[in-house]
Ligand binder design. Sequence first.
Ligand code: ATP
Ligand code: MG
Length: 601
Amino acid sequence: MTSAADKEPLKTSNFLRQVIERDLEQGTYAQRKWAGRPADAAQHEQGQGDPAKIRTRFPPEPNGYLHVGHAKSICINFGLARDYNGVCHMRFDDTNPEKEDKEYVDSILDAVKWLGFSWDANGTEHLYHASDYFDFMYRAAEYLIEAGLAYVDEQSAEEMRHNRGDFGKPGTDSPYRSRSIDENLQRFRDMRDGKLDDGAAVLRAKIDMASPNINMRDPAIYRIRRATHHNTGDKWCIYPMYTYAHPIEDALENITHSLCTLEFEDQRPFYDWLLDALSEGGLTNKPHPRQYEFARLNLTYVITSKRKLKQLVDEGRVAGWDDPRMPTIVGLRRRGYTPESIQLFAERIGVTKSDSWIDYSTLEAALRDDLDPKAPRAMAVLDPVKLVITNWGEVMGSEDFLDACSAPVHPHNPELGRREFKFGNSLWIERTDYEEVPPKGYNRLYPGNKVRLKYGHVIVCKGATKDAAGNVTEVQAELVPDTKSGTPGSDAVKVKGVITWVAVADALKAEVRLYDRLFSVPQPDTTEKDFHEELNPDSLKVVAAYVEPSLASAKGDEKFQFERHGYFVADRKDHLSLPPNGGEGKPVFNRVAGMKDSWGK
Ligand code: ATP
Ligand code: MG
């Protein structure tokens, strides 16, 4: 069996691939050594030539569940490392002294593995924590002070903000900017030793208060914050700022290509300034990593902000992080998305340098292309109404007779075998497959019309019974003899309509969860409007359906194509297979995506 991913043209080039290919060609990083672990320049120098041709990293903050945007970043970072004989490091960016939540850490590692990637390279686990580098970061800060490249500023936060200037106005030097190296060193050690209050001082890089790039106007690199860190406990009361920590993490880990989203573009000059200083000073490896920015993923009808997704969970708007409507990786997984479909999606959306919105249907198309060649087929009736074959006993010799029918598990893969089910005197069909007065072009059941029940017989519709409110409660039809699918001469009777069905005798009752877009507007949370008001009130409809008996053994997480209806998955949490010898079961299927894109049509 080949999947759509295999048939996809070879990886499309993009600017990141071009940068990497150029670096490999020029041997930019060919001379660098690797200590076998993250290390400073001296330690790396003791090591062997770096066996990894390139090093990338995926550096989440462990403060929530990963979402589809992170999936893009994972596919890019791990995918490029895989394609160019490199290694991608899994790094927890835990420089903020917040409580690390094991739930988040575990879910992040699970998500990366589930997507099909690994941080293991020839037996070495490249799983790192940024907080392990605190000692080095401190040492690097003292180095900057000694090199005259950093100073302790004791202006108030208000003064600092004021003196930073703005886009039209250069900043003003702090009165502390000209302190001596010795005084700076002393004050920085006072900060470290807890002699100053939280917020009383910051260490700043000494660059250029008149720079047109505000990030270069002496950015803060260390702050005082008395907080217990999950890894280092109370050892530190000063913590590095993200913009200072991140380049150092990359440098210690020998990262070659540090890939991030566009909002960090303005930080690149500081990234280079800092690593130029540290590598020139012999503290970190040379040549140092380079930062490249790509467009973040914006997917229509969802939001991708960990904080807001958490709000939806906390407020009970969804049934948890793994609610199948959530754009989290656990949500997508429970919805029925496969790792292959997400990788295919990431490949198709590519890597660009300008922000845009990707239509949700692109994700669904990738899912269909992945599942179509491999998902077993099944019949399911989602909005059932009973169909009675009035001449069944007469034609078959007994009212109770059950006729054995079958269908291929997969139409293009006969080796997958056949599914068996019965045809009897009463069947379940879709309510929409009967019309008393057929609209133009309607080929399904209406009085006098002939229709084929797929894999079964041809019937001719006789009419229907209605309740007092006018709702159809039962449809009646007569069997047309000698029309059973697959028997000689069965196609002598021509019909225009074919419908799906299951027999009352052997169908299984199942709960089917029809999921739709979480938000009803294409670009939620982009206007003044509170995003809560943009939630789609009809994002979940639960129906009592009938499905064919081959689904009795379906296991949680197994995917199917329900003929005519689309792709469904047995819910990984709530689905309970039916035991073969009777007993309790609870089939629950989630709709992943419809048969084709029908959104907005
Ligand atoms: P959020 O804003 O949702 O909290 P984040 O950027 O703060 O996301 P991190 O844990 O810091 O989340 O991100 C880890 C990595 O994932 C970063 O390299 C970041 O650039 C990347 N990333 C996050 N969101 C997206 C997105 N929508 N598209 C592409 N990459 C993303
Ligand atoms: Mg973040």
